[in-house]
Design a protein around this ligand. Structure first.
Ligand SMILES: C[S@@+](CC[C@H](N)C(=O)[O-])C[C@H]1O[C@@H](n2cnc3c(N)ncnc32)[C@H](O)[C@@H]1O
Length: 218
């Protein structure tokens, strides 16, 4: 079998960016050119993108087009921010993507370059357990799709203010060593993250695991 060079794939991506006239594709291409970060391939793989798409569809159906100021926690390389920004159904005021890993912010800024330039996107390096959700880090919507990665989930959730609108995702993928807080099923996730007003609660079967999502007010 022929091994194709990076240039081979880059040419195709560039062609698709021109064809689709898409700043999303152009930002992805620029990110791949500037950052040799293997996590990008995982963050943009079909399971991850399907989960982000599921989130966008469910968020739109339950909250509408204007979620206001959005804070994404455990935002990794910023794929979810990019998906939401390039989804024409949404009119996003501002998105801040926070991750504890300092390697994430430069990649996230690049993957969201179009919106970073206009001042609507920023990436930060911080521990979500140390943010001030009622003060300087307050947001209309808090999204945490990394609940399975949070050993101290209970302590984090206790810091989220009452009545806060949240979107939470977790999974039952216990086989992954980094998943220190996976849950067996949707009921367990709901018990871990109780909501006063549930707008959406669902499970989605992927090939190797099931992903769970909750949307509502704490
Ligand atoms: C592998 S990624 C995201 C997986 C997830 N299913 C998704 O796509 O949203 C998990 C991220 O959570 C971040 N993370 C873990 N603990 C954190 C914390 N206390 N504060 C901020 N980020 C955290 C990790 O650095 C990592 O980038």
């Amino acid at each position: 079998m022929t091994a194709f060079s990076d240039e081979f794939y880059r040419d195709i991506l560039e062609g698709l960016a021109v064809y689709a006239d898409s700043s999303f594709h152009r930002d992805i291409l620029m990110t791949l050119t500037r950052h040799q970060e293997p996590g990008i391939a995982v963050a943009l793989n079909k399971n991850q993108m399907a989960s982000k798409r599921w989130l966008a569809d469910s968020l739109h159906a339950s909250v509408g087009s204007s979620p206001g100021r959005v804070l994404i926690l455990g935002g990794w390389v910023g794929a979810l921010s990019a998906v939401l920004f390039h989804d024409r159904r949404f009119d996003l005021q501002r998105v801040v993507s926070v991750d504890i890993d300092p390697r994430c912010a430069p990649v996230a800024e690049s993957l969201n370059a179009t919106n970073a330039r206009s001042g609507r996107f920023a990436a930060r390096t911080a521990d979500m357990l140390s943010l001030d959700y009622t003060g300087e880090d307050a947001a209309d919507l808090i999204i945490n799709t990394s609940c399975e990665h949070l050993r101290d989930f209970e302590r984090w959730y206790a810091r989220v203010p009452a009545d806060q609108l949240v979107v939470l995702q977790s999974n039952d993928y216990f086989a992954c060593a980094e998943h220190v807080n996976s849950v067996a099923d949707l009921a367990t996730f709901q018990a871990q993250a109780p909501l006063r007003h549930v707008l959406f609660a669902g499970a989605r079967k992927m090939r190797r695991y099931t992903r769970f999502m909750l949307i509502g007010r704490k």
